[in-house]
Design a protein around this ligand. Structure first.
Ligand code: MG
Length: 374
């Protein structure tokens, strides 16, 4: 860890945990947050949750676990070059997807639709619920009792209605202030990670091709650099060589532009950061290139007919599980039956959101197939 900027998040000046606890030397408060996240049940489940490709489609694709590790790696690098707190960015990165449902976006949209009349479902908010409530491993409190700064970073977005009920971490969505730079940069690390690994997984799956991607400027320009230097490179090496240059382009630009923004605004403390507009940003040119890459992926990969088919199945599984449990809470495991007595819809939603892809499929079979038992 190198010198911290005066406006970085500082564990010695943390706004603290929800429940007071003695410090745990030699770890600082943010390291302790990270360690608690790694030891959580929800973290282990990330191994069997996916974003674009469902778990059984192949062993070579990213899962939410490997995605989270890639985000943490990028976030730490960016934090170090901006003199921000690496441990905090790592904690936020490792926790940012804890609240995801099985089956990626299709699963989350389906659950949100099921919860329409019961407060909805947002995965960011669910990640916060996991670390504040759903993890049950400590004697004295529910959740992981993370610092304010970690929880603030985990709650990326939030509707105003929900923000009102969240206390300290909801405030910034109501008074329109900014989160720490560590939180801001982790969002960008998330985006850089998934855009690039989706290109990689997309190519490996054969759903998109190098020819198609050559319409996208940031891919094409970096591909040209590689082919100029290595004219006869096989695809197996050509793709990762191109992707690492794309990641580098994005990370370098993000660091340069953010340093420039910081220089202009001259923040002195983290309180200044909270009052200023977000300072972590791409340059305009790279933001446009990045946006085009996202558009390409949305059109050609996320809405590829083969992905649509899997998404349609995922939607059906989540909808039918929800309806089945909602109509008969006696089918839920005991602890969720108890919980359902006070809030039926939320209990069903939490149970489903916690499932991995393979567990959801297995549960679906147990409930709907006469050949499967309990
Ligand atoms: Mg993510």
């Amino acid at each position: 860890m190198n010198t911290l900027a005066s406006f970085a998040a500082n564990p010695a000046q943390s706004k603290g945990r929800q429940f007071n606890e003695p410090a745990s030397a030699p770890r600082n408060a943010f390291q302790r947050d990270r360690d608690r996240i790694i030891h959580s049940t929800a973290f282990r489940r990330l191994e069997y949750k996916t974003q674009v490709f469902v778990n059984h489609e192949g062993d070579l694709f990213r899962t939410r676990l490997t995605h989270s590790l890639e985000v943490a790696q990028l976030a730490r690098g960016i934090a170090r070059s901006l003199h921000l707190h690496e441990d905090l960015t790592e904690a936020i990165a490792l926790a940012h997807d804890l609240g995801h449902t099985p089956f990626g976006h299709a699963g989350q949209d389906a659950l949100n639709a099921c919860m329409k009349n019961h407060g909805g479902f947002e995965h960011n908010l669910q990640s916060l619920r996991v670390v504040e409530k759903l993890e049950q491993r400590y004697a004295e409190f529910d959740g992981l009792n993370l610092t304010f700064e970690a929880r603030e970073g985990i709650l990326k977005h939030c509707s105003k209605v929900n923000a009102k009920q969240l206390g300290d971490v909801g405030q910034r969505f109501l008074n329109k202030t900014s989160p720490s730079l560590e939180a801001q940069l982790t969002n960008f690390a998330d985006e850089i990670a998934y855009n690039n690994h989706d290109v990689d997984d997309g190519l490996r799956s054969g759903l998109i091709s190098i020819e198609q991607l050559s319409e996208v400027e940031i891919f094409a320009s970096n591909l040209t650099l590689v082919t100029k230097q290595y004219p006869h490179l096989e695809q197996k090496r050509l793709v990762p060589e191109t992707i690492r240059r794309m990641i580098n382009t994005l990370v370098l630009d993000l660091c340069q532009q953010s340093i420039e923004n910081i220089k202009q605004q001259q923040p002195k403390t983290i309180d200044d950061i909270r009052q200023l507009p977000p300072l972590i940003a791409f340059s305009e040119e790279v933001a446009t290139q990045n946006h085009k890459l996202k558009q390409f992926l949305r059109k050609n990969l996320y809405h590829h007919y083969q992905v649509n088919r899997m998404s349609a199945k995922a939607t059906r599984i989540v909808q039918e599980l929800f309806q089945c449990f909602y109509d008969n809470t006696g089918l839920l495991p005991d602890e969720f039956q108890m919980y359902a007595k006070s809030d039926k819809a939320r209990a069903v939603s939490d149970y489903i959101a916690g499932m991995t892809d393979r567990f959801a499929i297995r549960e679906y079979r147990r409930l709907f197939s006469v050949e499967e038992h309990w």
